[in-house]
Design a protein. Structure first.
Length: 216
């Protein structure tokens, strides 16, 4: 479709550099043949292997035989026929056929129902989506769910820690210690006048208080 980014954003668009697309190209080529490295004989003899035209390719299976031979022997001794049992009953050809037919049906259905339609962004579409189309347009409401149950609780907890625990409790405790120290210092400074007469008077009052307590 047409580029719907802004003029400034479109200037930053560029092709992927070789350091990115060359490894992907190598992997793409290898993926064409990679699935044929260890194809079972049943698939090789079916339509998947062109009824035996394509060569058998259990290379990986036989390559690991020296390593897995002892394990297979232990399985056969302890399990007998169960060691060769497949949980889904085998049927590689059946499953390959089902998956291929299903993929073909999806492609044909997409061409039939979507191929001739012009894709219009939801924001520019005059007809608002309804039903399941609305769910798809809103991306299954994943963003709304994430915002409601993850983002907002974390933001609320962060604000509580900031405004209550940090600003009031922690800062309040620190500020209280400072205020107490300042108050005690101010109270003591009332008696530190630098005048000898004041110190002599306080000393006399203190001595009299001690004598009074002692005599009582």
């Amino acid at each position: 479709g047409e580029n719907r980014t802004g003029a400034e954003e479109s200037k930053a668009l560029h092709e992927a550099p070789p350091v990115m697309w060359i490894p992907l190209a190598v992997l793409a080529v290898l993926s064409i043949f990679g699935g044929w490295i260890n194809v079972p004989e049943e698939l090789q003899a079916s339509w998947v292997g062109l009824f035996g035209v394509l060569p058998a390719s259990e290379w990986l299976h036989h390559w690991l035989e020296p390593i897995t031979a002892q394990a297979h022997h232990i399985q056969e001794v302890n399990l007998g026929e169960l060691s060769h049992y497949s949980p889904f009953g085998g049927g590689e050809v059946l499953w390959a056929t089902i998956s291929t037919v299903a993929a073909g049906i999806v492609v044909l259905a997409s061409i039939r129902f979507v191929g001739g339609q012009k894709v219009v962004p939801v924001a520019q579409d005059e007809k608002k989506p309804t039903g399941f189309a609305k769910v798809l347009a809103n991306k299954y409401y994943v963003d709304e769910f994430y915002d409601r149950f993850v983002v907002q609780p974390i933001v609320g907890a962060s604000r509580f820690c900031w405004k209550i625990i940090d600003a009031r409790i922690i800062d309040g405790a620190v500020n209280l210690v400072g205020m107490l120290s300042k108050g005690v210092g101010w109270g003591v400074s009332m008696f530190q006048t630098g005048t000898i007469n004041t110190y002599a008077f306080i000393l006399t009052v203190g001595v009299l208080a001690i004598l009074g307590v002692t005599l009582l």
